[in-house]
Design a protein around this ligand. Structure first.
Ligand code: APR
Ligand code: PHB
Length: 395
């Protein structure tokens, strides 16, 4: 048995866990990261691609923004579209802020490189990860390279995602989960073709939602709404391009096609736990909450959580635990503002699922069309979207 001690044991080496480690390193707080998958698997996950201004500011403050400044695509707004009518929401004109398109995999790679340079202890391929004793002397037991380990820590932070283990150590009587399941899913593709637009397009169409995003000047990222129980095998490349052509069509504009290199279906749900803290165990990122991808808030919420938690742990280490005691309330207050925005954008842009009765389906579609047309004509509505899309203040 290898026994070690640290100030903070971080479970999960996704963006939340590695960014928390980077913040703690910057503040001189000792930590270890324990990850149960391989480094290659973690790096290989294809996820979101938009960083809020608030997230860029966090990465910049830690000296971790060189990659996103070199390769990221700064966007001053987004396009919203309904039945072929496209309008621009100009973030810079409305709120003086931007977003940066920079794939989560790049953020992950930058964070891994930073920890390599720091010589951080990030243990991949850990098995049987077992955090225990949140109200006493926190300990994390696991097996690594065939040897049993026991890490004792002042605090254990679960950045282990929606299906992580840390949350399961919170008493069931303490933690409630608020959930909403959506009657839609996203079929997403990566295609080796230059984007047909310079900024993201979110489109509402009677057939369903579609979006045009991108990963680089030569790689497009696109999505179409499908029913939650759709199978990817039923969606040929031609069927996907046909749906995208139909739903994104607007006069004078053509969607460029190219080889599809990746396709997958992701269900959509909202879920938030009632507390991110129990004893000396804390949660951050997807471990505490998930959102539908429409508002591009999953990665940005994780960054906001660990920006607050990292500062609070550093202050606690220096003898002031006020910020740590209020972390859960502050992070969840901000998260519910993010949840309502993600829900608003999802309801705004998706047609009701095929299981909804026709007359209700028609009403709900027409109501969304009316809401989208109102947004198209209102600077005030657009300013609200711009303020939330580019990121609320993290404090
Ligand atoms: N022990 C150790 N590691 C674990 C365990 C466990 N029991 N369970 C999960 N993990 C690891 C996962 O392998 C993953 O690498 O925790 C990490 C959690 O990372 P994410 O799921 O990416 O969550 P987070 O870091 O909060 O980032 C949120 O990632 O999933 C996307 O859409 C999400 O963009 C959002 C962002
Ligand atoms: C993406 O590029 O993957 C992306 C962008 C914006 C979203 C969701 C996904 O709202």
């Amino acid at each position: 048995m290898q026994r070690t001690r640290t100030q903070v044991a971080i479970i999960g080496a996704g963006p939340a866990g590695l960014l928390l480690g980077a913040i703690l390193a910057d503040r001189g707080v000792g930590f270890v990261v324990i990850e149960h998958r391989s480094r290659e698997h973690v790096l290989g996950r294809i996820r979101a691609g938009v960083l809020e201004q608030s997230s860029v500011d966090v990465l910049e403050s830690l000296g971790l923004a060189a990659g996103l400044h070199a390769e990221g695509l700064v966007h001053g707004g987004i396009f919203l579209q309904h039945e072929g009518e496209r309008f621009h929401v100009d973030f810079e004109a409305l709120v003086g802020r931007t977003v940066t398109v920079y794939g989560q995999q790049r953020v992950q790679a930058d964070l891994m490189a930073a920890h390599d340079a720091l010589g951080s202890t990030v243990l991949y391929d850990a098995a049987d990860v077992d955090p225990a004793d949140p109200e006493g002397e926190p300990v994390v037991r696991f097996v690594h390279e065939g040897e049993p380990h026991e890490v004792r820590a002042d605090f254990v932070v679960g950045t282990d995602g929606f299906h992580g283990v840390t949350k399961t150590r919170f008493p069931a009587t303490l933690v409630r989960t608020a959930e909403r399941a959506y009657d839609a899913a996203w079929l997403g593709i990566l295609a080796d073709v230059p984007p047909s637009t310079d900024e993201l397009i979110y489109a509402l169409h009677p057939d369903g939602f579609a979006m045009h995003s991108m990963r680089s000047p030569s790689v497009s990222r696109l999505y179409v709404q499908v029913d939650p129980d759709e199978r990817i095998e039923d969606w040929s490349d031609d069927r996907i391009w046909e749906a995208l052509d139909t739903r994104l069509a607007t006069p004078g504009w053509t969607l460029q096609h190219g080889p599809i290199t990746e396709k997958s279906i992701t269900r959509m749900r909202s879920s938030v736990v009632s507390t991110l803290a129990h004893g000396r165990f804390l949660l951050a990122g997807d471990a505490g909450h998930i959102v539908p991808p429409t508002g591009a808030k999953g990665l940005n919420s994780a960054i906001a959580d660990v920006a607050m938690l990292g500062a609070a742990l550093a202050e606690q280490s220096a003898g002031d635990d006020a910020a740590l005691r209020s972390y859960s309330d502050r992070a969840l207050e901000r998260q519910w503002k993010v949840q309502q925005f993600s829900e608003y954008m999802t309801d705004l842009l998706h047609v009701p699922g095929s299981a909804v009765p026709d007359d209700e389906r028609e009403f709900r579609y027409r109501s969304r069309l009316g809401r989208l047309r109102y947004v198209g004509g209102s600077r005030y509505a657009q300013q609200s979207i711009a303020e939330q899309y580019t990121g609320l203040v993290i404090r």
